[in-house]
Design a protein around this ligand. Structure first.
Ligand code: ADP
Length: 488
């Protein structure tokens, strides 16, 4: 059953229940009011007769002997039936229109008569004809002496009530029908955007086109919000899908180059078997280099995949200054006097971290600096503490990065200048460095001037247990620093 039909059913049932309750209440009020009206009229009539009895010379005798003239009402066709009874409810006189019949007196009313109280009751005269009877006491010399009963057919009241019942039934049904039809029309209009959403979603699935969006009709209602949310989700899916496609293309591209080299060299070795050893040794070296390069690439990809899957590093206290010193020594070896490597300010700092990953991060920055700094240039390593944080800077006097490339350099497979990048770099180093920084609750920033050099800064929170960590502020306080440039 569709939501629309279910909603309509609920709504119509609720309306029916409300109409029924309201109708029942109104009907019972009306019925009570009409009966009260009849009772009042009967009481007035009875009082007229009581006055006639009281005006007799000997009212007691007149009452008990039944010698009361009921002239005004003693007409055969009168609407009132009158009966005078004694204290026990025994009839003493009855109007002619009652003929041989007598008005029965229920026990409780008999009690009322004996006690000198008025009362009212309904008599079933058979044939669906009900009679309303009012009993009014006759008080003579301050003592109840009997009662005057005045009855009237309830025919008109019952007819009126039957008419009201029929009217309520048909009007109620008409209202329900109208409400159901109106509800169907309104709910169809209100839920139409849902149909649009579902149609568009189906078209997206069929056409495999994540670029489509659902048109937002009314932006501010719940369906407008849902449309917005789905569109945002589609945009995200599209972005993820595109990244996935780009990743596959990049990985294939990065793997194809070394594989081509390896295959070429293997063919060369195959053809020239038994010839001079020098080209053969070169071919073997090329194969080894390319294999190493593929190995590095696959390792990097694996690490990034693990990072995406939420890999948690096991953190331990690390003396960052000692680690930086190791990196500095290694950097000097890597620079091979081509570039000067300098160690600037170096504070002592203890951080919580994974020493291997931190080394990998710093070596990556140093490797890039050496790679993009021309001979004669300079690479400087520094470590400084600042308000619960430690800052490691790797700066160079190299080629720098253009403002257009700067926002992208932390993206996977991004290389500012593909022709310039050395064959070994696949553009994953900074993505990994960025992830390692974040996995340590830190940040990696870059500042660069094209042609003048670049500075990469790694911010890490100091280990809060270390005595060196405190300088009044909490270890995780945000460092007081300039806005980073080009964070991926
Ligand atoms: P790659 O393996 O290509 O070095 P990275 O992710 O390490 O990949 O770096 C991404 C890009 O950022 C590089 O291709 C290069 O264009 C730029 N880059 C990184 N470090 C430096 C630097 N110190 N100087 C100039 N450009 C840099």
């Amino acid at each position: 059953m569709s939501i629309r039909t279910r909603l309509n059913l609920w709504y119509t049932c609720l309306l029916a229940a409300a109409l029924l309750a309201f109708g029942a209440l109104l009907y019972s009020f009306l019925s009570a009011a009409l009966t009260l009206l009849v009772d009042d009229r009967l009481a007035t009539e009875a009082h007229g007769i009581i006055s006639a009895i009281e005006s007799q010379q000997d009212p007691q005798d007149a009452l008990l002997s039944g010698r009361v003239s009921l002239t005004s009402t003693d007409v055969f066709a009168s609407q009132y039936y009158i009966q005078i009874v004694n204290l026990q409810g025994v009839p003493l006189k009855a109007s002619q229109n009652l003929q041989a019949q007598r008005l029965a007196v229920p026990d409780d009313v008999r009690g009322d008569i004996a006690a000198g109280r008025s009362g009212a009751y309904t008599l079933d005269m058979g044939g669906g004809n009900d009679l309303r009877v009012r009993s009014e006491p006759v008080i003579l010399q301050r003592e109840p002496a009997g009662a005057v009963l005045v009855g009237e057919s309830l025919g008109i009241v019952e007819e009126t009530l039957a008419l009201v019942r029929r009217l309520m039934l048909w009007m109620g049904l008409a209202w329900l029908l109208l409400a159901a039809i109106g509800g169907m029309i309104f709910s169809r209009a209100a839920l139409r955007p849902l149909q649009t959403i579902s149609d568009t979603a189906r078209r997206i699935t069929l056409a495999e086109d994540l670029g489509r969006r659902i048109p937002v009709a009314v932006a501010h209602d719940e369906l407008g919000q849902l449309t917005g949310t789905i569109n945002a989700m589609l945009a995200r899916l599209e972005a993820v899908f595109q990244t996935q496609q780009r990743l596959v293309a990049d990985v294939s591209h990065e793997l194809r180059t070394p594989l081509t080299t390896i295959r070429g060299n293997l063919e060369l070795l195959h053809r020239d078997s038994g010839n001079e050893t020098a080209p053969r040794a070169e071919a073997w070296r090329a194969i080894e280099d390319e294999t190493n390069r593929m190995h590095r690439l696959v390792n990097d990809l694996l690490l990034l995949a693990q990072a995406d899957a939420g890999l948690k590093l096991s953190l331990q206290p690390v003396e960052l200054d000692t680690l930086l010193l190791e990196v500095y020594r290694q950097a000097r070896v890597m620079a091979r006097d081509r570039v000067a490597v300098r160690l600037g300010a170096e504070d002592q700092a203890l951080v919580l971290g994974d020493p291997d990953r931190l080394r990998q991060l710093l070596l990556n920055l140093v490797d890039n600096s050496l790679k993009y700094t021309p001979p004669g240039g300079q690479v400087t390593l520094e470590l400084q503490k600042a308000e619960g944080w430690v800052k490691v800077a790797v700066s160079d006097t190299g080629s720098g990065i253009s403002p257009a490339d700067l926002p992208h350099i932390f993206e996977r497979f991004y290389r500012a200048d593909r022709s310039r990048a050395r064959p070994g770099g696949a553009g994953l180093g900074l993505s990994i460095a960025h992830w390692i920084a974040e996995a340590h609750n830190g940040r990696l920033e870059v500042e660069s001037d094209l042609g003048a050099g670049s500075t990469f800064r790694l911010w890490l929170p100091l280990d809060s247990d270390s005595p060196a960590a405190g300088s009044g502020k909490g270890a995780m306080d945000e460092p007081n620093r300039r806005e980073p440039i080009g964070i991926g």
